[in-house]
Ligand binder design. Structure first.
Ligand SMILES: Nc1ncnc2c1ncn2[C@@H]1O[C@H](COP(=O)(O)OP(=O)(O)O)[C@@H](O)[C@H]1O
Ligand SMILES: [Mg+2]
Length: 294
């Protein structure tokens, strides 16, 4: 169950081994944090398959940053774990500013790069607590990456610690997965409260890209209507058109260490994430019109 990404991603290599900075590019990446203050709602599944869909079907250059200590985005990448190199913790804990590109690896999926899994992030979260300006470290480290990619997606941990705050302050937008459960529904309010704190106290203009309904099971109509209705009533303007159905192929793909596009390209899960990529690519192209500032 540790294999979560494509076998095609197994042979990772550093973008610029030993280099302190990568060349500046001409892109202006939009940074999206995938966050929910509850585990198991589909954050990692969404990060991985949305990133692949943007790269494979929208022709984008995409970077995935795995800031969750669980390392689920890339825990299948055993070879990458053995690569000695810079980790996200090295960047976040450095006493003088460092460039995230030092930690970025290319994948064998055209257009997709990622940061390696970093089990030390748990301790890093605690160690950051004593640092002045701790919430702004990732934001500063992303300057070069923003010029090299079209979209940067950050997979967040389920708690509101220093790592999640770094992700939210580094991001332009937050995407909030919500499965059809009352706990996930309540978690949406918590997350939106956090966005307000980021806007007001940390003075960072983070906007909500949308609430993504995940793991929607056609067999549980009553629950869908209850949770879907409550979401609609409270956050109608934030709910994305695309919903992700329950699809065992998505869980199987994760277990097999492959994206849904390689594991089961004809599945309902693949179709849903392809539709999500198209919907979000449209929103990200015109963020001022379609995303909603809090
Ligand atoms: N749409 C879906 N259909 C079926 N299983 C899913 C779906 N989305 C996620 N899962 C499974 O649910 C579990 C939790 O998903 P995950 O993306 O890891 O959640 P999170 O990152 O929010 O903790 C995983 O085993 C994953 O394979
Ligand atoms: Mg996860």
């Amino acid at each position: 169950m540790k294999n979560l990404l494509s076998a095609g991603l197994k042979k990772l290599r550093p973008v610029a081994p030993g280099a302190t900075t990568a060349p500046i590019g001409r892109n202006r990446a939009q940074v999206v944090a995938v966050a929910a203050q509850k585990g198991g709602v589909g954050k990692t599944t969404t990060t991985v398959n949305l990133a692949c869909a943007l790269a494979l079907t929208q022709g984008q250059r995409v970077l995935v940053i795995d800031i969750d200590p669980q390392g689920h985005v890339a825990s299948s990448l055993r070879e990458s774990v053995r690569i000695a190199g810079t980790s996200l913790s090295d960047i976040l804990l450095a006493h003088s500013p460092r460039d995230l590109m030092e930690a970025v690896r290319d994948s064998e999926i055209e257009g997709l790069s990622l940061t390696p899994p970093d089990k030390a992030l748990n301790e890093t979260d605690t160690r950051l607590s004593t640092r002045v300006g701790r919430e702004y470290i990732l934001q500063g480290a992303l300057r070069t990456a923003r010029t090299l990619f079209d979209t940067i997606i950050i997979d967040c941990p389920p708690n509101l610690g220093n790592l999640t705050l770094n992700a939210l302050v580094a991001a332009d937008h937050v995407l909030v997965p919500c499965d059809m459960s009352i706990l996930a529904f309540e978690g949406v309010a918590d997350l939106l409260g956090t966005v307000a704190i980021v806007n007001d106290r940390l003075r960072h203009p983070l906007s909500v890209l949308g609430i993504l309904r995940t793991r929607v099971d056609g067999r549980t109509q009553q629950i869908n209507e209850a949770i879907g209705g409550a979401l609609d009533e409270n956050y109608r303007h934030l709910i994305l058109d695309t919903a992700i159905p329950v699809n065992s192929a998505l869980a199987q793909a994760q277990a097999a260490g492959r994206s849904i596009f390689q594991y089961a390209p004809q599945s309902r899960g693949a179709a849903a994430y392809k539709a999500l990529a198209a919907e979000l690519a449209g929103r990200l192209a015109a963020p001022a019109e379609s995303s909603v500032a809090q």
